[in-house]
Each structure stands twice: as structure tokens, then as C-alpha cells.
Ligand binder design. Structure first.
Ligand code: NAD
Length: 296
């Protein structure tokens, strides 16, 4: 069992930290939101008064923050957390952030003599709670072997995709494909319904045909087709439209960095931006179907 500091106990980090506490690790937690801290404490974690106290004698430091600026602010900003982390500790950032930022923070950690991995996740809040996340890891293989037992307490699949920042690139590739597939699945179902088709029958057919995807089978965007999909509860919960918008913005930035062409990814980014402007930013990203479906 390890001494672990966990920073960022939101929708994802909260349940991930609880799984580490359940696994028996000595867990110190910090979040700006006291309610989030209280939930982790109820599961066996110890609350720290600030991030520096949380990491003071930790062997492993894990962060799960909203975006690049939060990660940069935490490790390199005024708080300068890297300076407070014990020598020899391993740092794992699970947030989804820009690959360039991940590299910059990892380089600063290396300069301080610390191993650091970027390990963004896929699997959503349900995967975080169930401990079945997929970890998409960038960094040194030896650091990953150190992290593996702890990651296995929170997830089911672990992929080592390359050096620092590579985990973020791979995560953005996955989410860009997901964003495009969800948008076109919404278009396909709307087209069928406009022709009088039953969206459930259409979805069942697609789920065993070549148009099948996670969007038809697990997170179907048409209300009532799948009982447990966000669409069937007013698009609440799930993966927020604005988080998808953030990831597509990061994908666009990453594409520009290497001169890559992502015409559909850019188009999808605009669709999720339009959905956000329509007031649906806080809804599940499958609500992008509202841009094209009459009466939804
Ligand atoms: P969230 O907004 O629910 O949680 C973020 C937490 O970080 C909040 O509790 C906030 O108070 C805390 N925080 C912010 N700055 C802090 C600081 N300086 N010190 C301490 N705590 C701080 O976000 P989330 O849904 O948990 O997502 C976290 C990351 O995981 C994001 O990068 C997101 O893109 C990614 N992600 C989310 C999902 C999902 O389904 N929600 C799925 C995969 C990946």
C-alpha cells in the first residue's frame, strides 16, 4: 500500500480517490470545494489544509483537474507544488489537458528529479465509480510500472502510448472520433425519424450493422431508445457538451502544432460550440442532436 496525495475531487477525481481509499492506500486529499473533500473523507481519506500539505510525504501524487491552466497553476504557478513534493515521489496527472502543457509540466518535474506521467482517462463518471477506467499513459515505461498497481485500483485497461504528452494526444484522438460519431449518429437518427421511422428500430438495426458505435449502443442520443442513456433523462449527467468542446479545441490546437488536417474534427468543434451557445453547454454531449432534430 502507498502513501498517496490526491488533488481534484470532482465528478471523476472524487470516485477515483474513493476507490484508492477502498483499496487500502493511505490517502491525503485536497480540493478547493469542501463538499468534495468531505465525501472523500467519509470514504476513509484524510483531508489536507492545502495541496502542499497533501503532498508533503506522499510517495505518489495524483491530480484530476479541469483544464491546462489548472494543472499548470497547481504545479508551476504561485503554489509551485513541484517544490513541495518529496524526493523520489511519482506524479500522475489524470486531467485532460493540452499535450504541450503536459510536456512542459513533466519537464519541470524531471528538472526537479521527479518522475511524472500524463495519464488521462476514458470511461466517464460511471467508469470512475466502478473502477473500470481506461488509462492512456504518456511517459517513461519504468514510471508506468511504478504507477500500474495504483492505476489498476481505479481502472481496467492501461495503455502506454509513448513519451510525455503522448497520453494526451491519444486521448484527444479518441474524443475527436467520439465527437464526430455522436454528431453524425444524431443526424442519422433525425433523418430516419423525419421519414417516419421508429428511432428504436433504426438504432437496433444500426447496432448490428456497419453504422454501429458506442453512440448507438450505449449513449444513444434519441430520448427513450436506451433507458440508461443521458438522452432519456433530459440529457443530464454523462459527459458534458462543454467538456467535449474543450477536448475538440485541444485537438484543433494539437493539429495546428504539427500541421495536421482534421476537417471533421473542426466541424464537430463548431457543432458543439453552437450547442453550447444554444444553452446546452451543461448537458450531456449527445444533446448535440438538438441542433438537427425537430421537436427535441
Ligand atoms: P470537475 O470540474 O467535476 O472536477 C474538477 C475538480 O478540481 C473540482 O472539484 C475543483 O474544485 C477542483 N480544482 C480545481 N482547481 C483546483 C486546485 N487548484 N486545487 C484543488 N482542486 C482544484 O471535472 P471532472 O469531470 O472531474 O473532470 C476532470 C478532468 O477529467 C477534466 O480534465 C475532464 O476533461 C476529464 N474527464 C472528464 C470526464 C467526465 O465524464 N466528466 C471523462 C473523462 C475525462
Amino acid at each position: 500500500m502507498s502513501r498517496i496525495a490526491f488533488i481534484g475531487l470532482g465528478n471523476m477525481g472524487g470516485p477515483m480517490a474513493i476507490n484508492l481509499a477502498k483499496a487500502g492506500h493511505a490517502l491525503r486529499v485536497f480540493d478547493l470545494n469542501q463538499d468534495a473533500v468531505n465525501t472523500a473523507v467519509a470514504a476513509g481519506a484524510v483531508a489536507a489544509m492545502d495541496a502542499a500539505t497533501a503532498v508533503a510525504d506522499a510517495e505518489i501524487v495524483i491530480s484530476m483537474l479541469p483544464a491546462s491552466r489548472h494543472v499548470e497553476g497547481l504545479y508551476l504557478g504561485n503554489a509551485g507544488l513541484l517544490a513541495s513534493i518529496a524526493d523520489g515521489a511519482l506524479v500522475i496527472d489524470c486531467s485532460t489537458i493540452a499535450p504541450a502543457t503536459a510536456k512542459r509540466v513533466c519537464e519541470a518535474a524531471a528538472a526537479r528529479g521527479l518522475q511524472m506521467l500524463d495519464a488521462p482517462v476514458s470511461g466517464g463518471t460511471a467508469g470512475a465509480a466502478a473502477g473500470t477506467l481506461t488509462f492512456i499513459v504518456g511517459g517513461e515505461a519504468l514510471a508506468l510500472e511504478r504507477a500500474r498497481p495504483v492505476l489498476q485500483n481505479m481502472g481496467k485497461n492501461i495503455f502506454h502510448v509513448g513519451g510525455s504528452g503522448a497520453g494526451q494526444v491519444a486521448k484527444l484522438c479518441n474524443n475527436m472520433a467520439l465527437g464526430v460519431i455522436m454528431a453524425v449518429t444524431g443526424e442519422a437518427l433525425s433523418l430516419g425519424v423525419a421519414h417516419g421511422l421508429d428511432p428504436s428500430v433504426l438504432s437496433q438495426m444500426m447496432a448490428v450493422s456497419t453504422g454501429r458505435s458506442w453512440a448507438t449502443e450505449v449513449c444513444n442520443p434519441w430520448p427513450g431508445v436506451l433507458e440508461h442513456a443521458p438522452a432519456s433523462r433530459g440529457y443530464s449527467g454523462g459527459f458534458g457538451n462543454d467538456l467535449m468542446l474543450k477536448d475538440l479545441g485541444l485537438a484543433a490546437e494539437a493539429a495546428m502544432g504539427v500541421g495536421a488536417s482534421i476537417p471533421l474534427g473542426e466541424l464537430a468543434r463548431n457543432l458543439y460550440a453552437m450547442n453550447s451557445h444554444a444553452g446546452h453547454g451543461g448537458l450531456d454531449f449527445s444533446s448535440v442532436i438538438k441542433l438537427v432534430a425537430k421537436d427535441l
